[in-house]
Write a protein that binds this ligand. Sequence first.
Ligand SMILES: [Zn+2]
Length: 283
Amino acid sequence: MENTCPVCGELKARDHASVLKRCGACGLYFRTERVFISPVYAPGLEDGIYGSAKKELFAEALNSMESMLNGKGRLLDIGCAGGEFLKAAAGRGWRAEGVELDTALAVKALARGFEVHTRPVEEAGLAGGAYDAVTVFEVFSQMEKPAAAAAELLRLLVPGGVIHIREFNAAFHLPLYRLEKAGLFRPLGISPSIIHNLNFRARTLRFMLEKAGFGDIRVRNSPPTAGDPYRTGGALGGFLTGALKVLYYWLAQALWFITLGRVFAGSTLIVTAGKRPSDGHSS
Ligand SMILES: [Zn+2]
């Protein structure tokens, strides 16, 4: 069981480093012993992580979905935290609700006036064909059953509905993790790599969405969050860390361009996809 890939169900996973296994079929790197850490950050960091650092990313997500849908509608945010994105969406005229498993965060979103479901989405029993858009910001990496969740999200969408995903890119974080373990960043006091239970790369996300039945799957490097909300930059400080992140984003974009769209090196990825209009009777 622990060798089974949670995205594609393959049994071919190979040992890799000490804590991670790599799926030979879809490219997922996953922890064999899952860790479930509820997102509790040091006092004062939460606003940066959920709010100000993501303001532009939230606006970009809403712009993108509004242009894909040619309008607004009903939206479900998976892992809605305290309702920060729901608030941004509602402010632009979306009918927004969320899924949040962390009780303290769910209560916060509820207090902001949003409907919040507290079961994993694949177990929540929500009505099929009811949502115009689904957003999943850095949540697939934490999920117990990502493939089941992806299939359920397709079912929840109206025909022609869209999904917008932001996810950490393992093609960036795993090499960094190895350098970090080797002690390269120790003199600077920084810890830039992020390793989750599930570590996706572009082709893994594409594979998972195709398998779930999504169409029109598009992957792009995500612009970074503003500044250093997670305080991983140590002695570099917020401004320099923020500047380095922007510089790196443009290097990743340059690499994407010169490889004709084949290589995604960005630290995070954005994936958009749609529910085909002909899938309308499946829910
Ligand atoms: Zn796999």
